[in-house]
Design a binder for this molecule. Structure first.
Ligand code: CMC
Length: 393
């Protein structure tokens, strides 16, 4: 005993069997339930994709409308939940607030613990999908000192989210359909990505039989890091730091320097070694949004395009197969949409909740499911005896 395969960072270990999402990193292919992400982004809205991920099939028109109505029933949060926000400092990072508030949902929904009942699992899924936009928007409003906006169920999912973010009780909010559509595609592109760090975290937390709302909070915590979902925020901060096209070369040189820990944020991926198909789609969304808003000459956007161009031609990046990933463009689009930098990862979390809950349910209903319990290669001290305090040197 004590000898196990060592696979730091799970480079070659499959942690589960799954029917949800397929990635071919060499081809740059991403399929949700078999459907290419490009077709889903072009033909479906986020709630259709949500239905697909959860149920395995795209909805027909009646199923789509039923599902939308079901989600609308759950968009409000318990009034007591709003009190959690006031316990945070106004300048708290919204991901810290999200981790706390979503974790707190577990205290409101004890019925979520009956995993054997499909209705209970469905209602937990629907509650989370419906409430995440409300919770994210409340985190933003709390930061800015503005009143919370109740959901408006006359609007569809994404327009409602934008209203809760950018609307106020004094004025009628009229969503711009081009921007709503862009954000909806962003949600679709982030909805699932097989066994990434945060999804594996949700599965591992859930494997002990924990409350699924608490497991989603664990996923949010994991997503926060700059190597994962926090990369979009880190990328925008990096662009601000570079500041001007004339300094791009300096930062490219730093990224290549072995003695410098600096990495180009928004570049590279563990699985995609050709290109990230989400990045291609996000690049198009980026152009659409900047065009709609007349921001093509925006300083940061031009800087990003220059960085992309140089990195794509640079031998270091070509040899190491480092391409812009989804986070490279998503930060620019979100900034153009008026979403503040520290909220970017919250948007990611909102969308990824669909994937997390889908994967959680797949695990919990798997007849072969066991608690996740990795082993280790022990490299510490050999057995030794405790020396009484008076005799220790
Ligand atoms: N800039 C400069 N060098 C890089 C970069 C980068 N962005 N990414 C990887 N490298 C180098 C790395 O230093 C290593 O060099 P060497 O072979 O000399 O040791 C080589 O490329 C392989 O990289 P790795 O770190 O071993 O690869 P990984 O699969 O462990 O990490 C990654 C993948 C995404 C964490 C990493 O590329 C990275 O930190 N990128 C920047 C952060 C980022 O954009 N993350 C978002 C990922 S996509 C969305 C998501 O998953 O949430």
């Amino acid at each position: 005993t004590g000898y196990f395969t060592y696979d730091s960072g799970f480079l070659s270990t499959a942690s589960c069997q799954s029917k949800v999402t397929y990635i071919d990193g060499d081809k740059g292919e991403l399929l949700y339930r078999g459907y290419p992400i490009e077709q889903l982004a072009d033909n479906c809205n986020f709630l259709e994709v949500t239905y697909l991920l959860k149920n395995g099939e795209l909805p027909n028109a009646a199923q789509k409308s039923d599902f939308e109505n079901t989600i609308k029933k759950h968009t409000m949060v318990h009034e007591q939940l709003s009190k959690f926000y006031s316990g945070f400092r106004r300048d708290a990072h919204p991901m810290a607030v999200m981790t706390g508030v979503v974790g707190a949902l577990s205290a409101f929904y004890h019925d979520a613990m009956d995993f054997s009942d499909v209705e209970h699992r469905n209602v937990s899924f629907n509650r989370l999908v419906a409430k995440l936009p409300t919770i994210v928007a409340m985190a933003y409003k709390y930061n800015t000192g503005m009143p919370f906006m109740y959901p408006d169920n006359e609007l569809d999912y994404t327009a409602n989210f934008m209203r809760m973010m950018f609307g106020n009780p004094c004025e009628k909010y009229v969503p711009n359909p081009v921007l709503v559509r862009a954000l909806d595609v962003i949600f679709t592109l982030h909805a699932d990505h097989e066994q990434n760090a945060s999804t594996s975290t949700v599965r591992l937390a859930g494997s002990s039989g924990a409350n699924p709302f608490a497991c989603i909070a664990a996923g949010i915590a994991c997503l926060w890091g700059p190597a994962h979902g926090g990369a979009n925020e880190a990328c925008l901060n990096m662009l601000e730091e570079i500041g001007d096209v004339s300094r791009v070369g300096e930062y490219i040189a730093r990224a290549k320097d072995k003695n410098d820990s600096f990495k180009l944020m928004g570049f590279g991926h563990r699985v995609y070694k050709n290109f990230d198909p989400r990045a291609k789609l996000m690049r198009k969304v980026c152009h659409d949004v900047l065009g709609e808003l007349g921001l093509e000459n925006d300083r940061l956007f031009k800087l990003a395009m220059e960085l992309e161009k140089i990195a794509l031609e640079d031998q270091y990046f070509v040899e190491k197969k480092l391409y812009p990933n989804v986070d490279f463009y998503s930060g620019i689009v979100q900034k153009a949409l008026g979403i503040p930098t520290d909220m970017f990862t919250c948007i990611f979390a909102l969308a990824r909740t669909v994937g997390w809950m889908t994967q959680w349910e797949e695990m919990i209903t798997d007849p072969e499911y066991k608690i996740g319990r990795p082993r280790q290669l022990y490299i510490g001290a050999a057995r030794r005896d405790v020396v009484p305090l008076a005799q220790r040197g």
